[in-house]
Write a protein that binds this ligand. Structure first.
Ligand SMILES: NC(=O)c1ccc[n+]([C@@H]2O[C@H](COP(=O)([O-])OP(=O)(O)OC[C@H]3O[C@@H](n4cnc5c(N)ncnc54)[C@H](OP(=O)(O)O)[C@@H]3O)[C@@H](O)[C@H]2O)c1
Ligand SMILES: *[C@@H]1O[C@H](CO)[C@@H](O)[C@H](O)[C@H]1NC(C)=O
Length: 284
């Protein structure tokens, strides 16, 4: 059973939305989150979700899991061919191309408003932003500029709900980053964090129904099914679990973290699992 837990300073834990884990591959329609969506096989309940940065490791989990759930996805990435079935929830299908009649992939740059507008040519119910990359590749302000373009397009089209993946350490969560990560934030990742902080500010002042998702160290492990909202120092979390949190944030009308910036990790406390994204990208 899926559990979102809040790990508070006093050690209290509260369970939130529940649904069985995504463990079984090939399961066509997962049981629903709550009574409102009493049957996820009802076409009326299906959503169309826009995923920005669709070829990314977290974004690919969002795309894949949404399609598995019977939703439609419109994705934007500069390199659509980079999108493959994710290792985490893809099981034996990992690394295969994703071809699904319910997936529309658009090749474009989120910094370009006309590319962003192409995504919203399809009526969109919810938006997931899982952009990233080194500033040397993507530029110093891609996250902020791109997110501003997305927000403008959402407002124009009346799309209300968005989940935005930033990071542990962004905004007022600085002290929730483990010490070693804090050092990186202040040095080699300084530009990225400047952009992330500005991205968060843009989202917070958008007036939209947003959830800023601040994950701890990301892995490509299979989903654990446990997502802890951590008020202290956060540990690591599979991208597959981050994706599920994001999907629920845009699909569940009563999602408990709207207008909030939860730090999430699958392991409590201070552990920090080595990121294996390089290996997942075939870079050894
Ligand atoms: N690594 C960690 O431990 C960690 C921890 C906490 C938070 N985070 C953050 O979590 C987020 C997701 O990380 P991730 O490793 O899953 O992501 P990722 O694999 O680096 O994916 C990011 C995606 O953004 C897309 N992108 C970049 N510039 C773009 C542009 N101008 N237009 C359209 N798409 C663009 C890229 O796709 P194209 O190149 O195809 O355009 C890329 O696939 C990142 O913001 C990261 O900083 C990471
Ligand atoms: C595509 O989406 C529709 C609902 O929008 C759903 O009924 C159908 O099963 C999906 N198709 C696939 C191949 O998943």
């Amino acid at each position: 059973m899926k559990i979102f837990t809040v790990l508070g300073l006093v050690g209290t834990a509260a369970a939130f939305a529940t649904r069985p884990g995504l463990g079984s591959i090939g399961q066509k329609s997962l049981p629903s989150l709550n009574s409102r969506r009493s049957s996820s096989s009802t076409a009326l309940c299906m959503k169309t979700i826009a995923v920005f940065g669709a070829s990314g490791l977290t974004a690919a989990e969002c795309v894949y899991q949404a399609l598995k759930d019977g939703d439609k996805v419109v994705g934007l990435t500069r390199n659509p061919s980079k999108l493959v079935v994710p290792k985490g929830s893809g099981g034996a299908d990992a690394d295969k191309p994703i071809s699904d009649p319910n997936l529309t992939l658009i090749a474009g740059d989120v910094k370009n408003p006309s590319d962003v507008a192409k995504v919203f040519e399809t009526p969109i119910d919810g938006v997931i932003v899982a952009l990233g990359g080194k500033t040397s590749d993507v530029g110093d302000t891609m996250l902020t500029d791109g997110t501003n373009n997305i927000i403008a397009a959402m407002k124009e089209k009346g799309v209300k709900r968005m989940a935005v993946v930033t990071s542990i350490g962004a905004g007022d969560s600085k002290d929730q980053a483990p010490f070693a990560f804090k050092l990186l934030m202040m040095t080699v990742m300084k530009k990225i964090f400047n952009d992330k902080n500005n991205q968060e500010k843009a989202v917070e002042s958008s007036g939209l129904e947003y959830c800023i998702v601040r994950p701890g160290g990301l892995t490509v492990d299979p989903p654990t099914g446990v997502i802890n909202v951590i008020e202290g120092e956060a540990g690591s979390i599979p991208r597959a679990d981050v994706a599920q949190f994001c999907l629920e944030a845009v699909k569940d009308e009563n999602f408990p973290y709207i207008g909030k910036c939860p730090c999430i990790s699958s392991v409590g406390g201070t552990s920090w699992t080595k990121d294996r994204s390089k290996a997942a990208r075939g870079q050894a």
